[in-house]
Design a protein. Structure first.
Length: 621
């Protein structure tokens, strides 16, 4: 059955339906979110327990206007899990404590506890909110967040806005999946393949449109894993924004959204209404190690000009001709930042540790949450806050000086794509290689021929066995993660921590009492270094660490080969034992028959005795 767009409304109706309270007076927007378990079945195939808000799912679209103060009162009613909210893409200028990652800028909100996020939004555009705790958001705690701009350069071209979310969907909870994924029985780290693709948390979405109008589509990939190719049959898209950054208009037939990426584009409808047109989103199956039987990696919606007309089956697409976002030009024409004051080079590695489980690494470090949230370590270590050691080796910290230009070089030593996201900033994407180009070489003039006006966004896709170069200015004191936004890779540890201007942060920030209360209720220390040491902050004894390394020479393929070799050896031994027991039994039987024959003065049966004797003799040779 087709589901109309009203199933996923776009203004106050949705908020009212889910009992979220919104106040628009005096530039303040207030949401009261009770986070609960509910039951959902968005693909019509499987009822599962999902995380809802105010007893309902899908979740409400959050909305505010540039300049608004946003207050989100969260009460965790999950009962068995902590939770947090991260407002993806918002810089949180001056309010890094509101960013949301557990054990980074806050403690997880314990079951039964309340927590308030309070921040001001000064960025227009398309964003989203989601849990940043325990790999939790694929369980349903994610939805779009739209910041309206009264001064949008495209406002006079738009008749109506339409918000569309794309996602992948799993039938099991992450608490079930993660232990099976990060497991020595999965040494290659093959990510679980989703059971379905969704559009606005459903399938068969219909979007009513009228002829001859221009619609602003705000599209968000809120999925955990799959990138999505998106196109609308019979219509072109005019890209005007990515990740909250206005762009010069760019025509596209198809776009690609990695996990966490956002696009806004204009679609002008046809002047007649004789047909409806398919909106197609197709999961990027190149990310999947296997494609399970029966998987439909596409989800289809429709632009509905006339409800009385058929909803056509989309045409087959042989090749994906998606627009390359590297060539977008920001509308404000911000020039390439100056040469970097600090360059951070990171190699993406997928490998195993000594426990046989698969992990993800930047260089040789897989991220491990520390005992004290990193922001709280900043606030309680005095002048030592400039020393990366106090944050623990496995938070993989980099201390940035205030306002310095930072360059991130990321080399992909893996054969998969990775959408990388930086909290607290947009970055200029100044270089991206083709697939299989190898690592970045700063002495190669071709590789360092950077655009004069590079595109900006906060999530950028790194291609297999290639590289990207990103540049940003450290003008936002805080603690910010840089990580792959494939949630499986977050769970495996593909993250680093940027500690930006820590001494300035100590002078300007006060941690709210309800944030401290969350730590106390949860029994989480909130003072001292990564190990919770407040006496000697350079003593990291007891800090959380990763498992030890594999013995030298082991790689995932080697582990797989070894695993199968061991299995084969065990099967071989079992076979030998079985045959040996069979021979012993046969020899014993022959001897007994001879003894009985002698007693009875009979002849031993020739057929059985000769065969058994020959077999035993041949094996004994």
């Amino acid at each position: 059955m087709a589901i109309s767009l009203s199933y996923f409304p776009i203004v106050s109706v949705l908020l009212l339906l889910f009992a979220a309270i919104v106040e628009a007076a005096n530039g303040t927007v207030v949401y009261d979110f009770n986070i609960t378990w509910v039951t959902s079945n968005p693909d019509g195939a499987f009822d599962r327990t999902t995380i809802g808000i105010n007893g309902a799912w899908p979740l409400p679209i959050m909305r505010a206007t540039v300049g608004d103060q946003v207050i989100v009162n969260v009460n965790n009613q999950l009962g068995n899990q902590t939770t947090t909210l991260h407002f993806h893409g918002l810089f949180m200028n001056g309010t890094t404590e509101m960013d949301g990652p557990a054990q980074v800028s806050q403690c997880g909100i314990p079951p039964g506890s309340s927590f308030t996020y309070n921040f001001t939004v000064n960025q227009p555009g398309t964003y989203w909110y989601h849990s940043h705790d325990k790999g939790q958001y694929p369980d349903g705690l994610r939805a779009p967040l739209i910041i309206t701009d009264p001064d949008s350069p495209y406002a006079d071209q738009v008749d109506e806005e339409i918000v569309v979310s794309l996602s992948d969907w799993y039938h099991d909870q992450m608490a079930v999946w993660i232990p099976k994924f990060i497991n020595k029985a999965n040494p290659t780290g093959a990510e679980p393949v989703p059971q379905a693709a969704l559009m606005n948390d459903t399938q068969n979405l219909t979007v009513p449109v009228q002829p001859g109008k221009t619609y602003m589509f705000r599209v968000v990939n809120i999925g955990a894993f799959a990138g999505q190719y998106l196109w609308i049959e019979g219509h072109n898209m005019t890209i005007v924004e990515v990740d909250g950054v206005y762009t010069d208009p760019a025509e596209a037939e198809m776009i690609y959204l990695g996990a966490a990426q956002r696009y806004s584009f204009l679609v002008t409808t046809r002047n007649e209404s004789s047909m409806n047109y398919a909106i197609v989103s197709s999961m990027d199956t190149s990310l999947f190690d296997t494609i399970p039987d029966g998987l439909n990696w596409n989800v289809t919606g429709w632009l509905v000009y006339d409800e009385s007309n058929d909803l056509p089956t989309p045409a087959l697409v042989e090749d994906f001709n998606d627009f390359d976002d590297f060539f977008l030009t920001p509308y404000d024409k911000m020039a390439l930042l100056a040469e970097p004051d600090q360059t951070i080079s990171l190699d993406v590695i997928m490998d195993n540790l000594g426990n046989g489980k698969p992990y993800a690494f930047f260089d040789n470090i897989t991220y491990v949450s520390q005992k004290v949230p990193t922001l709280y370590t900043v606030m309680s270590t005095g002048e030592n806050a400039t020393n990366p050691a106090v944050y623990g080796e496995f938070s993989h910290p980099f201390v940035l000086a205030h306002n310095q230009v930072v360059e991130l070089v990321v080399n992909n030593l893996d054969t998969g794509k990775h959408p990388f996201h930086l909290h607290g900033h947009n970055f200029q994407a100044i270089a991206r290689s083709v697939e299989d180009a190898g690592t970045f070489d700063a002495t190669n003039a071709t590789q360092t021929d950077y655009p004069a006006t590079p595109m900006r966004r906060d999530t950028f896709v790194l291609r297999p066995s290639g590289y990207i170069v990103l540049r940003f200015q450290a003008d936002n004191p805080g603690v910010w993660l840089f990580h792959c936004h494939i949630e499986w890779h977050v769970d495996q540890g593909l993250m680093v921590t940027m500690v930006e201007a820590p001494l300035q942060l100590q002078q300007s920030l006060t941690i709210p009492q309800d944030h401290i209360d969350a730590c106390q209720v949860g029994g989480v220390p909130y003072l001292g270094n990564a190990a919770g040491n407040t006496v000697d902050v350079l003593d990291l004894t007891g800090a959380n660490v990763a498992p030890g390394p594999l013995p030298a020479g082991f790689i995932p393929r080697g582990i797989v080969a070894l695993t199968f070799s061991v299995l084969a050896a065990l099967l071989g031994l079992a076979t030998i034992v079985w045959y040996g027991l069979a021979d012993m039994g046969a020899a014993t039987m022959v001897a007994e028959e001879k003894r009985i024959a002698a007693m009875n003065n009979e002849t031993t049966p020739v057929s059985r005795g000769s065969v058994v004797s020959e077999t035993v003799e041949s094996r004994n040779r």
